[in-house]
Design a protein around this ligand. Structure first.
Ligand SMILES: [Zn+2]
Length: 431
């Protein structure tokens, strides 16, 4: 009898220890759970409370979103975050990401930005810019169907690039409005008309590129050109890469075609790093329908009216939009002197070291603020209409803290630096 009781007590003790360890350190998550620092939280409840009208946040299910959460909510202190998230808390978990958002520099920078830009969302000038570019896109799309020409094809390509950089990009970061319904609406309306899939973009840009900028293993952007182009010193270099600076623009012309024809509507994921949560999987029908609609308007309809030769105009459109988008994307993270993500765990210093900025207000209107890449990476939830002011604050705080900041007077200077970088990487001389 005494023996049986001892065995039962031992078993109960083992079960209690196992349950406690599981509660404290279990990293296996369900679709409705996310990790922020050392806690697991319920994202379904959080979405209902925090994102009324826009539930794209559920795409983060099963992920450690510490970097996403802290970088987007720059106005939240660590204490405030705990207070807000407390009601969605599920259990404790081991903190596997030691990235630091609370250095002296970070606190100084964040407080100066909060004071300098009290309202971080779109102002009327942003809406004026968006209306202009949408109008240009609508006119070009219509003219391409009724009276296609090389000139209209070029304008259509420019309009698509402007829509992508000026509307889709801000919308995907939730920086247009406090309302997620408004952000999601703009995101939807600006992504599919240019042939992209909003969820694939979200995975690639918001979930991977921003939190892990220039990290060879986690940022898909930095190795998206492989094996034809090598844009990171860790890439596999072969003989033709020594000439890559000379032929990279030719390859960039395929950028849009590759995106439009990618299988994202089938797989709903770009890399194996992402779990496809049920919420995302259920969106694949929407992706398929919108891509079919895009191909109908941009291929079937023109051929019906003008015959097969009309395709040459649409090819020119994709080349123009590809050259603009791919060039703008690459120069901001591939330039002579750029650092790579894994070299620092200081979030704000890391974002500055992995990006460059160029130009001023005009470049900002034309690139949707992507010219101020450093500012964008530091404060992705701040709308591009504030970037000129944000730039002056960031430059000033960096100067006070002796932090190197890479600025080029024009896009051409930045591009020249990219040529140097690509040559060095292609010959294995970039360290
Ligand atoms: Zn971005």
């Amino acid at each position: 009898m005494y023996y049986n009781l001892t065995v039962i007590l031992r078993l109960l003790l083992i079960i209690a220890i196992k349950v406690t360890v599981k509660m404290l350190f279990d990293n296996s998550l369900s679709d409705d759970e996310i990790i922020i620092e050392d806690g697991v939280y319920n994202i379904a409840d959080f979405a209902q409370y925090h994102h009324p009208g826009g539930d794209i946040i559920k795409i983060f299910g099963r992920m450690d979103v510490t970097r996403h959460y802290r970088s987007i909510h720059h106005t939240h202190s660590k204490e405030y975050h705990k207070k807000v998230m407390n009601r969605f808390f599920v259990r404790k978990v081991a903190n596997n990401d030691n990235v630091n958002f609370d250095t002296d520099f970070a606190r100084d920078l964040k407080s100066r930005v909060v004071r300098g830009i009290p309202y971080q969302y779109a102002n009327r000038w942003w809406y004026a810019r968006a209306t202009t570019y949408v109008s240009l896109w609508l006119v070009c799309m219509y003219t391409m169907v009724v009276a296609p020409s090389y000139l209209v094809a070029i304008c259509y390509g420019v309009a698509k690039a402007l829509m992508g950089t000026n509307i889709m990009h801000d919308a995907s970061h939730g920086s247009i409005s406090r309302s997620w319904f408004v952000n999601d609406l703009f995101f939807f309306l600006s992504t599919y008309p240019i042939g992209l899939n909003q969820f694939a973009w979200f995975q690639q840009h918001i979930m991977a590129h921003h939190p892990f900028t220039n990290d060879y293993d986690k940022d898909g952007d930095i190795k998206s050109g492989e094996p034809y182009l090598v844009t990171h010193p860790s890439g596999k270099i072969v003989w033709y890469h020594r000439f890559q600076a000379y032929f990279m623009e030719a390859l960039f012309s395929f950028f849009t075609v590759l995106k439009v024809t990618s299988l994202d509507i089938v797989t709903m994921k770009l890399t194996d790093d992402f779990h496809v949560v049920t919420w995302l999987w259920n969106k694949r029908h929407l992706g398929r329908f919108m891509k079919t609609l895009y191909l109908f308007v941009n291929i079937v309809l023109p051929i019906y009216y003008h015959g097969v030769p009309v395709i040459r105009f649409y090819l020119l459109t994709t080349i123009v939009s590809s050259l603009i988008l791919a060039t703008i994307f690459i120069i901001s993270h591939c330039f002579d002197g750029v650092k790579h993500h894994e070299q620092t765990n200081d979030w704000y210093r890391g974002q500055i070291a992995t990006s460059s900025s160029y130009g001023g207000q005009i470049a900002c209107w034309l690139t949707g603020g992507l010219n101020f890449q450093i500012e964008h990476h530091l404060f992705p939830r701040v709308n591009s209409c504030h970037y000129v002011k944000l730039h002056s604050i960031v430059v000033e705080v960096c100067r006070q803290h002796n932090i190197p900041y890479t600025y080029f007077p024009t896009i051409f200077d930045n591009f020249q630096s990219t040529i140097t970088y690509m040559t060095k990487v292609g010959t294995g001389k970039y360290v």
